[in-house]
Design a binder for this molecule. Structure first.
Ligand code: GDP
Length: 368
């Protein structure tokens, strides 16, 4: 699933961030396939290139790419044992693409900490142990089934099961230590074999340090602790100030927000950084279509070839794909018009094996 689940202990700032993220929801009319759910937020992916493109082409409409976030509250110590509706929440996490794990790095005597003190490393461990235990349960069930299958009369099935056993055992050993599966050093082939287990701790993770306003820049010992944990498990880290984001989100116009950011000496809001980090961690990037009617950013998996990219617009485009007339945003910016890009020989006709790049501007040719 191409979405990002927001997890973390209670009172770390998850709902503050989620409300700020969804205060300006994406225009639902553009996304008829999206269902409405209070815990789900479809947000625009901010992309300054869209505004630039519309300086060259004046379209009737501009449509940004989108990204989906899920607010997964209720994860507490003991969740994997079913405490605090724990299992239900774990089921939601299983369905997400990546995880944004919010960690409290702000001091505030008015906000009670569930464990009594601010200690991001302990908090991360508490959540990760619950997630690992949830995965352990999944793996143990599968192990029992696979052991039975090794005694099957179907020799191929028995052989396959035999091959899976050491892998499952390795998972079990790691997870029972509370270690996330993504840090156990599996090869791509092994990962493929365990894909249908849908393990939570295999998902890519972004630690979101919720800091005091003063902690956004420069050295921050609490953030440094989180960075150390993240380095050990191939995760990413960003810092954000939930309170500040809530204030920005409460402003009415984009102009007011821009002014607020400028006064705070910030280039981008923390939410913008969060959205970008999540988008990239999901393995996504953007190409554009640019016509008089509309300029639009489309989301595709990194590495997608031209027909697959066309299919995001319409399945007919993929089925009837002929070619992709392509140039790059950077060339448009440097040369000033599509005509000049063409004259410079930078407008190319690409075929079905072309791997679309982030920032390509494409017009597809297809048969219907
Ligand atoms: P959740 O339980 O993780 O969803 O946490 P909430 O978003 O409800 O936040 C818990 C409390 O912390 C609320 O009273 C928020 O106003 C407060 N809070 C959230 N972010 C910040 C922050 O960056 N700084 C401070 N001082 N308080 C915050």
């Amino acid at each position: 699933a191409l979405n990002c689940g927001i997890v973390g202990l209670p009172n770390v700032g998850k709902s503050t961030l989620f409300s700020a993220l969804t205060s300006a929801p994406a225009e639902a009319a553009n996304y008829p396939f999206c269902t409405i759910d209070p815990n789900k937020g479809i947000v625009d992916v901010p992309d300054p290139r869209l505004a630039k493109i519309t300086e060259f082409i004046q379209p009737k409409k501009v449509i940004p790419a989108i990204c989906e976030f899920l607010d997964i509250a209720g994860l507490v110590e003991g969740a994997s044992k079913g405490e605090g509706l724990g299992n239900q929440f774990l089921a939601h996490i299983r369905e997400t693409g990546i995880i944004a794990h919010v960690v409290r790095c702000f001091d505030d005597p008015d906000v009670v900490h569930v464990a009594g003190s601010v200690d991001p490393v302990r908090d991360i461990e508490t959540i990760n142990v619950e997630l690992a235990l949830a995965d352990l349960e999944t793996v143990e069930k599968r192990l029992t089934r696979t052991e039975r299958e090794t005694r099957s009369n179907d020799r191929d099935a028995a052989k396959k099961a035999q091959g899976m056993l050491p892998l499952l055992q390795r998972l079990k050993d790691g997870l029972s230590q509370g270690t996330p599966a993504r840090t156990l050093g599996f090869t791509d082939d092994e990962l493929e074999l365990m894909r249908d287990l849908h393990l939570i701790t295999l998902k890519r993770t972004l630690y979101v340090c919720n800091v005091d306003e003063g902690g956004l820049e420069g050295d921050n010992p609490l953030v440094a602790q989180v960075e150390k944990v993240a380095a050990g498990e191939d995760a990413e880290v960003i810092r954000i100030c939930g309170q500040l984001e809530a204030e920005i989100a409460a402003l009415e116009t984009p102009e007011e927000r821009a002014e607020f950011l400028a006064e705070a000496g910030l280039e981008q809001s923390g939410l913008d950084r969060l959205i970008h980090a999540a988008y990239h961690l999901m393995g996504l990037h953007t190409y554009f279509t640019a016509g008089e009617k509309e300029v639009r950013a489309w989301t595709i998996p990194q590495g997608a070839a031209a027909p697959q990219a066309a299919g995001v617009i319409h399945s007919d485009f993929e089925r009837g794909f002929i070619a992709a007339e392509t140039f790059h945003y950077d060339d448009l910016l440097a040369l000033g018009s599509k005509q000049k890009v063409r004259e410079a020989g930078k407008l190319r006709i690409e075929g079905k094996n072309y791997i679309v790049k982030d920032g390509d501007i494409i017009e597809f040719r297809f048969n219907v």
